[in-house]
Design a protein. Structure first.
Length: 167
């Protein structure tokens, strides 16, 4: 299986926020931003796996600044880590006031996608080539998040078997 570079699946998407995206105060709904994040990450996952990929989890989603009607929103998504069938994708969202040009870091998220074969079963995917110091740093941090997720799952399973031990 031939390896792929991070840049081969990286995505940058932009969109103008319109009134249907907002609440009565003119702020863009968080769920609209969440959908943009999931869509961008899904494209990255599909590009890397060259197969259907589904969202398995959103490890973290932080909102930093509001987005308003009329703002341009840019979503950047790229791979941080590739496992046997899963991928962690980091996403950064920025909003831009089109009149002033002011840009704001709007949100960041880490999503895990699983590549599926034609039968809907997890499939082996192409390993990832890390070329830059930034990619290696993001990969190390993703490995730490993955380990924390696995430890949390182990703890949850233990609590299901012995609920009184987790009180």
């Amino acid at each position: 299986m031939e390896e792929k570079r991070v840049r081969e699946s990286t995505v940058v998407m932009s969109q103008l926020m319109s009134p249907q995206d907002t609440n009565i105060a003119g702020n863009v709904h968080g769920v609209v931003i969440m959908k943009l994040i999931d869509n961008a990450a899904g494209v990255v996952a599909f590009r890397h796996a060259r197969s259907n990929a589904v969202t398995a989890s959103i490890d973290r989603l932080d909102f930093h600044n509001a987005v308003f009607v009329g703002d341009f929103v840019t979503v950047r998504a790229s791979l941080n880590l590739v496992g046997r069938s899963s991928m962690e994708i980091g996403v950064r969202v920025e909003s831009e006031n089109p009149v002033s040009g002011e840009r704001r870091h709007t949100a960041s998220a880490y999503l895990t996608f699983v590549a599926l074969d034609r039968n809907g079963k997890p499939m082996l995917i192409t390993p990832l080539v890390l070329e830059t110091d930034e990619e290696r740093r993001r990969n190390r941090e993703a490995k730490a998040r993955r380990e924390a997720r696995l430890q949390e799952k182990t703890k949850e399973k233990a609590c299901q078997l012995e609920p009184e031990s987790c009180l």
